[in-house]
Design a binder for this molecule. Sequence first.
Ligand code: G3H
Ligand code: 13P
Ligand code: ZN
Length: 342
Amino acid sequence: MALVSMRQLLDEAAKGGYGIGAFNVNNMEQIQSIMEAARETKSPVIVQASRGARAYSQDRFLYHLMLAATEIYPEIPTVLHLDHGNSPATCISAIDMGFTSVMMDGSLMEDGKTPSSFEHNVAVTKEVVEYAHARGVTVEAEIGCLGGIEDGHGSGGSGLDHVTDPAQAEDFVKATGCDALAIAIGTSHGAYKFTRKPDGDVLKMDILIEIHKRLPTTHLVMHGSSSVPKELIDIINQYGGKMKTTFGVPVEEIQLGIKNGVRKVNVDTDNRLAITGAIRKVFMETPEKFDPRDYLKPAREAMKKVVAERMVQFGQAGHAGDYTSKPLSEMAEMYKSQLVSA
Ligand code: G3H
Ligand code: 13P
Ligand code: ZN
């Protein structure tokens, strides 16, 4: 089995009316958690690596771990996606390494912080679409900017500062031919998204629904979609952590999104919380232990539990065997003959 096209997974998800979690990884244990959850729930998977993850892992290590995943879990359609590529050069280096999908986040300038112009965004996205599609690789783009800056991506400030303009989203998809579109509806990356359970004033599901009405066949992507469950924060604090009260995106809001064109749901923070809580527990309860396996195994298990739960909640569970994955060469032919469009 090879790593496969994200476009095919998203097209299938649209046919089946479900969403697919895209989970961030930096190391072997996180990849194993996702693949085990996928096997258990029979789910197609999107594994994604940020620029930070590529630097941390020396991305060739990560790439080869992903090839191992396809050997060990041949029944699972598996995508390797670049999260928040900041320039065409970053996306091209990922494609050349073997990533089967990239995000060209031209909503921000190359620094990953400064909101860009519509024209800049269209230009860099088009450049990546051309390079990627010729190789059968999928492109996610973004219009509007996420809030926050907690983990290095985002425009700063509140998630409401740069909410997507639905009319602009429509023009953007027409102008770029991207495969999937990330939109900004009030969320931000990291644990501190909302100070109370979000309602329509801070989480703009109405904007998402409006975008879906204008672009009914475009696969929408929700970033910053960790739910930040209180139970995971409580475990961290119970075992010596110091996290403040915070709220994420409720699963029922994500499910409403999935009913309205959301096909890819980005989750990183919930897994970070699960891993940290599990490791803290071992450290506090058995301080005499020093074998990394003693805390990495429970950490892996805790992340697997979160991922499996999300796979069921997003509806991807049970769909791993629905279709035969197309090789990238076939996808490239399909893009060339315009059998796939935005
Ligand atoms: O885009 C945000 C993801 O949570 C990745 O975060 O840049 O710290 O790896 P990172
Ligand atoms: P969270 O921080 O909510 O998990 O979002 C992750 C994300 O959007 C990665 O691109
Ligand atoms: Zn993101």
